[in-house]
Design a protein around this ligand. Structure first.
Ligand code: HEC
Ligand code: HEC
Ligand code: HEC
Ligand code: HEC
Ligand code: HEC
Length: 418
């Protein structure tokens, strides 16, 4: 896909657009009256920018006082190991950092338009400003809150030095006189509720979007699905047994778990007729939910060496395909929860054809790759260039093959008279 760089909005304009996405995305979400306590808790919990935690209580050891994920990990090793393997821990990515560098150290409000989701602690903002001023990512501060840690344990669990979390999974409660580290925790069912995730995975109605759909609409897509009615939350699929895994479009196993894919040869008498069906049988929202990935379906004839015969290729996208400046939605071919789509192929058989290929490839960061390429073509974009170059490499490297079937065609009948 070629990008018209002329007339392409400057990075500043894009950043502004993201800034518009700020505000309080959770505030306007519909909430059933019975769960208004949860709604009230979440409105407080996710009131951004988050307030600084301030000095820890005097009875806390240095380990309990630290906001560093590694410190939490000393006592919660399983959550720490899972979190480190998940994208939440990599949310201060080169693609984000390059844009923050371009904003400069003084632009705290503009940083917050991004950090409120990517690295939300006030202590991380301070560390980011110091790092941008120094021109390099500084080592973590004494209290352990590093901007480089992205979305940390404390970002979700700590406010005013108090721990918040779900009730114990076995339903018991700590004894009243229990001497727990960090003075225990305040238990709330809000952590088991999908609205907890909506704080960052849903824009408010009227927020930036196209054709009546916000650019981030995951919670609403889920709410309209049978999963919401059956009480299957975001956590049920993304945090099984409370594990901190959060696998998504970047993980082939997770994506396969949500789809049912079938390939069949329909008939081949002089023609090649085949069908690939893709059903969203286990994704709790649209597949894929965001405008940023592209999923490509490809059906083609192969020669006897297994090479694609170029003139025979059929390609279709499963995506919400928007222009780079986010002003035009070219197509929305995503699969709704429960939806089945059949891709039919029926073409004359190439004389070299020996098999038919049916495959699906996933480009999790397709939109970002395009955006970085356009940004690097802009000669006035200087600060942050190295980071954006690294981000482009990462965005291209995340592509993978989801599905690949090669069905042999019957041998051609011998030509009469040959
Ligand atoms: C010195 C060890 C220690 C450190 C350090 C520590 N914790 Fe804990 N944490 C515990 C213990 C012990 C419990 C109580 C578990 C229980 O009794 O069920 C607990 C409970 C929790 C709970 C509630 C668990 C539940 O069942 O809902 C959360 C959430 C939590 N800690 C988060 C954190 C975070 C975030 C950090 C770092 C900022 C942290 N902890 C640092 C030991 C620690
Ligand atoms: C994106 C937000 C988020 C981040 C980041 C996060 N957690 Fe959690 N954590 C949750 C949610 C949500 C639950 C409850 C899941 C559920 O009930 O299904 C939870 C549950 C827990 C529990 C209770 C586990 C249990 O088995 O009962 C502990 C302890 C905990 N987290 C510690 C941590 C630690 C330590 C880190 C960092 C290494 C961390 N969390 C990072 C959201 C987060
Ligand atoms: C404070 C904001 C915040 C909260 C709360 C939050 N997330 Fe995220 N989440 C993010 C950001 C930012 C990313 C992108 C990280 C990156 O790649 O830079 C992300 C990425 C993800 C991904 C990976 C997507 C992929 O591309 O593979 C999944 C899955 C996910 N989140 C699920 C959840 C679930 C489930 C919850 C609720 C338990 C949740 N998140 C809560 C901010 C948040
Ligand atoms: C409302 C929460 C939210 C806000 C605000 C937000 N992001 Fe994100 N961002 C996400 C989520 C969720 C993802 C992962 C899903 C995706 O790829 O679209 C993401 C992904 C990204 C990615 C691609 C993955 C990576 O980390 O390389 C970049 C780059 C990025 N955001 C930059 C920004 C910038 C720059 C801003 C501020 C101008 C910003 N974001 C504001 C939630 C947010
Ligand atoms: C029934 C299981 C299920 C439920 C419920 C569910 N998801 Fe997912 N989710 C998946 C699967 C499977 C994928 C991988 C396929 C994909 O990327 O769409 C995924 C992908 C994602 C991604 C990756 C981004 C993308 O473009 O696809 C994010 C972010 C995400 N989910 C967040 C959420 C949030 C937030 C909720 C709750 C509002 C939620 N999910 C509910 C199964 C589920």
């Amino acid at each position: 896909m070629s990008v018209a760089v002329k007339g392409w909005p400057s990075l500043a304009a894009i950043v502004l657009l993201f800034a518009l996405m700020g505000g309080d995305p959770s505030a306007a979400l519909g909430s059933p009256p019975a769960s208004s306590d949860i709604a009230a808790f979440l409105a407080r919990h996710w009131q951004r920018p988050l307030a600084a935690n301030g000095p820890a209580p005097g009875n806390f050891s240095a380990l309990e006082a630290s906001l560093s994920p590694a410190a939490c990990g000393a006592c919660h090793p399983r959550q720490f190991a899972d979190w480190r393997s998940a994208l939440h821990s990599h949310a201060m990515s080169p693609g984000l950092l390059g844009q923050l560098q371009a904003m400069g150290p003084g632009a705290r409000d503009r940083h917050q338009a991004c950090l409120q989701c990517h690295a939300p602690l006030a202590e991380q903002e301070d560390h980011l400003v110091d790092s941008l001023t120094a021109g390099r990512m500084l080592p973590p501060l004494a209290d352990g809150a590093s901007a480089a840690d992205g979305l940390t344990c404390a970002g979700c669990h700590v406010r005013g030095n108090r721990r918040f979390g779900p009730p114990r999974s076995d339903g018991t409660v700590p004894a009243a006189d229990a001497q727990l580290p960090h003075d225990g925790w305040q238990a709330t069912p809000a952590f088991e509720d999908s609205r907890f995730c909506a704080a960052c995975h849903q824009f408010a109605p009227g927020g930036p979007g196209l054709n009546g759909k916000p650019f981030e609409n995951t919670y609403e897509e889920w709410r309209e699905s049978r999963y919401a009615r059956a009480g299957v939350s975001c956590q049920s699929c993304h945090m099984p047994q409370r594990r901190h895994l959060w696998r998504g479009i970047h993980d082939p196993k997770m994506v396969r778990s949500g789809l049912t894919i079938d390939a069949a040869l329909v008939s081949a008498a002089g023609r090649v007729a085949a069908e690939l069906s893709v059903a969203n049988t286990g994704v709790g929202h649209d597949f894929p939910t965001y405008v940023t990935p592209k999923v490509e379906v490809e059906i083609a004839q192969l020669d006897r060496h297994g090479e694609v015969i170029p003139a025979t290729v059929l390609r279709r996208l499963i995506s919400r395909d928007v222009s780079l400046d986010l002003t035009v939605e070219r197509a929305d071919t995503r699969l709704r929860p429960g939806e089945l789509r059949r891709y039919r192929y029926d073409r004359a058989r190439d004389r070299r054809a020996a098999a038919v290929l049916l495959r699906i490839r996933v480009f999790p960061d397709a939109f970002y790759a395009e955006f970085y390429r356009a940004t690097l073509k802009d000669p006035s974009f200087r600060t942050g260039r190295a980071a954006i170059r690294a981000a482009l490499e990462r965005a291209q490297a995340s592509a993978y093959q989801l599905y690949d079937a090669r069905l042999p065609l019957p041998a051609r009948p011998a030509q009469p008279g040959a």
